[in-house]
Design a protein around this ligand. Structure first.
Ligand SMILES: *[C@@H]1O[C@H](CO)[C@@H](O)[C@H](O)[C@H]1NC(C)=O
Ligand SMILES: *[C@@H]1O[C@H](CO)[C@@H](O)[C@H](O)[C@H]1NC(C)=O
Length: 464
């Protein structure tokens, strides 16, 4: 319920204006999907250019509603759980400055220590957010305010600090990265934001963590996520996990003021047959738990599902408010396996992708079983929540698929995958490919934490 596409009101307004201009001008003809056949050569080059950082992911669509990674920041390092969000750029953590609207105790908040960036910093102006309080003096602290489409917001200051990382090639690095120290979080909407310490912004903008790691020459600007149906998965920045074959690619919409990963046009299929819904654009947003379709696509899918359920044992469960559309069986359901045979595969077929597999969504990737034992539709009416004609595909659709956001080639790719299994990239470097590929928890350097006393971070006076 928390699509986290950046959505400050003014920004959103302009976004839609440009979006419609863009659609009317028919720029989507540029879109294409191709199956990559030259990855082998590309990979050789990549070895010289950069490595990857890989993080295990935890979380689920229901009941949690988010997926997160653990990341350490600062010196001494402190561990933060961050919601992974390809729908926004800015990474931020709850900030002890002191904090309003923080959900974590002070000891688990980030404490700034004379590392607040000035207004004149490149990434401050590159935030692309309308400045609530424009800078009078370039030496003033760089304030940011970010709003999400679920009405949650974070206000804070930009800081820079160390991010100790273990790269997939075995090296450790401690780049200085810029992120937000959020000292005022609000969530007036009906749904609380994820209780994580903050957000890991993986959008297309300058301040995005992947863009920053790329400008430092550490990784390619490529993001890979793989979320399983069983609370696990992984996230990678860099392109070493991109399979050398079998990936279907489609180009990202360009010329947009938006930093969203938008692809299209796509055709919507149900049970491998056309629904009549064509030419839709979709935003890939890991910060959204569910998928939002515009009125037309939503109605088409809902009507087809309802038609299929006619005469079956599943009947409307209006009393279950977990999601807008739920069904009950004669007995409470324990698992999707009991009912998934009553539902068909949904498919998004992008542009010209004759050689690739369209984006397939089996029932277990668009339905949930609630605590009350009902089955609910994880596709929501985007028009109803103010997304207008936008289609946002969220975590629920991403389960069991490796999704690749390739900012180097302005394209997005997917391949079905067992995301519960940790990837093994060491063989890329000619090393023994044992199950110990990531002996120390992937990108996270866990030994840094043994004996780390977080109270050490609390002495400096970091009031903002
Ligand atoms: C691993 O990659 C990083 C970043 O590209 C590079 O600086 C480092 O030298 C590499 N280490 C090894 C062992 O190749
Ligand atoms: C989707 O929401 C819009 C706006 O609230 C509403 O007019 C429309 O009937 C809804 N569609 C369906 C199929 O419920």
């Amino acid at each position: 319920m928390n699509p986290k596409e950046e959505a400050r009101k003014l920004y959103f307004f302009f976004f839609f204006v440009f979006f419609y201009v863009f659609v009317l001008r028919g720029c989507f003809q540029l879109s294409e999907a191709t199956k990559d056949s030259s990855v082998g050569r590309v990979k050789l080059q990549n070895r010289r250019i950069g490595s990857s950082v890989v993080f295990p992911v935890s979380g689920n669509v229901y009941p949690l509603g988010y997926y997160y990674v653990l990341l350490n920041i600062g010196n001494p390092p402190k561990l933060f759980d961050l919601d992974i969000d390809t729908g926004s750029d800015l990474t931020w953590v709850q900030c002890d400055a002191p904090c309003k609207g923080c959900t974590k105790p002070r000891a688990s908040q980030y404490k700034p220590n004379r590392n607040i960036l000035p207004c004149s910093h490149l990434l401050c102006s590159g935030l692309d957010l309308t400045q609530e309080r424009p800078c009078d003096d370039p030496q003033d602290q760089c304030d940011y305010e970010i709003g999400y489409s679920d009405q949650a917001s974070s206000l804070g200051a930009l800081v820079t600090d160390e991010f100790p990382l273990r790269l997939a090639n075995g090296s450790t690095m401690t780049p200085h990265l810029t992120f937000g120290c959020g000292y005022d979080q609000q969530s007036p909407g009906p749904h609380p934001p994820p209780p994580t310490a903050g957000i890991l912004g993986l959008g297309r903008g300058k301040v995005s963590i992947s863009t920053q790691l790329n400008s430092l020459g550490i990784t390619k600007n490529v993001i890979v996520h793989c979320l399983s149906h069983n609370d696990k998965g992984f996230l990678s920045i860099g392109d070493e996990l991109v399979p050398s074959s079998g990936v279907t690619w489609t180009s990202l919409a360009s010329n947009l003021p938006s930093k969203n990963y938008m692809a299209g046009p796509a055709e919507l299929l149900f049970n491998y047959k056309t629904t009549g819904v064509k030419g839709i654009n979709v935003i890939f947003d890991s910060g959204s738990s569910y998928t939002y379709f515009n009125d037309k696509a939503y109605k088409a899918i809902l009507d087809l599902i309802r038609k299929d359920l006619n005469g079956k044992s599943l009947t409307d469960a209006k009393e279950d408010k977990s999601l807008p559309v739920c069904w009950k069986d004669k007995k409470p359901l324990k698992s999707l396996d009991e009912v998934k045979k009553n539902f068909k595969t949904i498919t998004l077929r992008f542009g010209n992708q004759n050689n690739g597999q369209p984006f397939q969504v089996p029932p277990e990737s668009y339905l949930i079983i609630t605590e009350k034992g009902n089955v609910c539709l994880g596709i929501l009416n985007g028009t109803e929540v103010g997304l207008n004609d936008h289609n946002i595909i969220g975590d629920i659709f991403f389960q069991g698929v490796m999704v690749i956001y390739d900012n180097e080639k302005q394209r997005i790719g997917w391949i079905s995958s067992d995301c519960g299994k940790l990837p093994n990239v060491n063989q890329e470097y000619g090393e023994d490919s044992s199950e110990e590929a990531y002996p120390r928890g992937f990108g996270l350097i866990t030994e840094l934490f043994s004996g780390t006393d977080s109270s050490k971070n609390l002495d400096a006076d970091g009031e903002l």
